[in-house]
Design a protein around this ligand. Structure first.
Ligand code: UDX
Length: 440
């Protein structure tokens, strides 16, 4: 099949590459010339495991192309997938301006009957809105059918999540359009859920809001465990054995970030207000998360009395491991709070430092290794659970620190290794602290 993908962000690029990988002829279109030039050279503008490898393979084998020209990209497409961003507006609503521009560009250049798929995360009713926009501006006399097809890929495993998805949601009020999209995805051998457009739109927000709520729930339980002297890891394990609860997304920590959960919870809350349906559970999800992002700084303040003049090492900046994405990363709030309290911060992240600098700026120092960050530090904050931090020799970090104090915001350091250290103060989230004072 001939597929055009509009937008080469995380979703568009992963989708385009994977559709080429399963045999379709794909053209990815973006207005950003710099990005398209990079992609033409076989370079991925984002850090994502396997993305570049599949990008090069499918481009070389002639199934994947990139262009800034809509006309060229859309000329032969049977299916057009819109995967442009829908960022958060100031009032929490999803900003649809990229989508509106995409509809305008499509209307201008579509020259044959086709199915238009909205993959961008959009509030309920948007597919209908896009269809009206398209129909109102079409330049050629063609038939357009709409399909809502939200995605559920995670950053850091976008390719894996696309090729081995749990389900593919196809929302359409037109049987032939729905069948065409099923045919496109059939080689993936993933279960389909066929539904109407509005339900498909809501499934995406409901899934993300549910997962975010699960995280806030376990974080609230973690705080309770801390106060009660219990261990949230065991509590989560005990809960997770129950299939109705499930063990995934019960890792307590310093809250969720990223390009989806924060904005999608807020957008769903906005929709519920617009529709006059109270949904205060979502307000609580957001407020627990905001509080959780302050947790490490609060704990350090409690431990030291003041952070003025203290040297803090931050391990990890990205919102989660295996990505250089800094969107809504808890590290942003932590870095700002620490420096506002007079602390000096040295941060290390395996890949996110340059993106972090764009957001956090030079109020903190960016260094090249965990040991360099830890040098002379009064405390170490583990902010992102990168594998290399989990594997790191904790003793080597403590050796160079001024004080052997660790606040682990992701409960990811190896407890046996910590307990083997003679002198340490280790504060995880929702678990008992490990405090050893020279016990030889
Ligand atoms: C998420 C959804 O998982 C995905 O389906 C959707 O398409 C986009 O949003 P992503 O943002 O890439 O994906 O990351 P995810 O792995 O889900 O983590 C989101 C945030 O939640 C991260 O900040 C992570 O640290 C946090 N998290 C996740 C927890 O704090 N605890 C957990 O148990 C799981």
């Amino acid at each position: 099949m001939k597929v055009a993908v509009l937008g080469t962000g995380y979703v568009g690029l992963s989708t385009g590459v994977c559709l080429a990988e399963i045999g379709h002829e794909v053209v990815c279109i973006d207005v950003d010339e710099r990005k398209i030039d990079l992609l033409k050279e076989g370079k991925s503008p984002i850090y994502e495991p396997r993305l570049e490898e599949l990008l090069i393979k499918n481009s070389t084998e002639g199934r994947l192309a990139f262009t800034t020209f809509h006309q060229q990209g859309l000329r032969e497409a049977d299916i057009i997938i819109i995967a442009v961003g829908t960022p958060q507006s100031d009032d929490g609503r999803a900003d649809l301006s990229y989508l509106e521009q995409a509809a305008k560009d499509l209307a201008e250049h579509i020259v044959r009957d086709c199915v238009v798929v909205v993959k961008s995360t959009v509030p309920v009713g948007t597919n209908e809105y896009v269809k009206q926009l398209l129909l109102g501006q079409l330049k050629s006399n063609v038939e357009i059918k709409m399909v809502s097809n939200p995605e559920f890929l995670r950053q850091g495993s976008a390719i894996e999540d696309t090729l081995k998805a749990d389900r593919i949601i196809i929302g359409s009020d037109d049987v032939s359009a729905s069948e065409k999209i099923q045919e496109m995805y059939r080689p993936l051998n993933v279960p389909f859920l066929l539904t109407d457009v509005r339900s498909a739109e809501i499934i995406k927000y409901a899934s993300n809001a549910f997962l975010a709520t699960k995280i806030s729930f376990i974080n609230a339980i973690a705080n309770l465990c801390e106060a009660a002297g219990a261990d949230v890891e065991d509590v989560a394990k005990g809960m997770g054995f129950d299939k109705r609860v499930g063990s995934a997304f019960l890792n307590a920590g310093i809250g969720y970030g990223g390009s989806c959960f924060p904005k999608d919870v807020k957008a769903l809350l906005h929709t519920s207000r617009e529709l006059g349906v109270p949904f205060s559970l979502l307000e609580e999800t957001i407020s627990i998360n905001e509080h959780q992002q302050e947790l490490l700084v609060d704990k350090a303040l409690k431990r030291f009395g003041t952070l003025n003049g203290k040297k803090i090492a931050m391990l990890g900046l990205s919102f989660k491991p295996n990505t250089d994405d800094m969107r809504e990363a808890p590290s942003i709030k932590i870095a700002r709070s620490l420096t506002a309290s007079g602390a000096e911060v040295a941060a290390f992240d395996p890949v996110a430092a340059s993106n972090a600098r764009k957001v956090i700026g030079d109020i903190i120092t960016y260094v090249d290794s965990a040991v360099e960050a830890a040098k002379d530090a009064d405390a170490l904050f583990v902010v992102t659970e990168w594998e290399e931090f989990k594997q790191h020799d904790v003793a080597a970090l403590l050796d160079v620190m001024k004080q052997p104090i660790i606040f682990d915001g992701r409960n990811c350091l190896d407890e046996a290794a910590l307990k083997a250290c003679k002198t340490i103060e280790y504060y995880p989230v929702g678990r008992p602290a490990v405090i050893l004072k020279g016990n030889d």
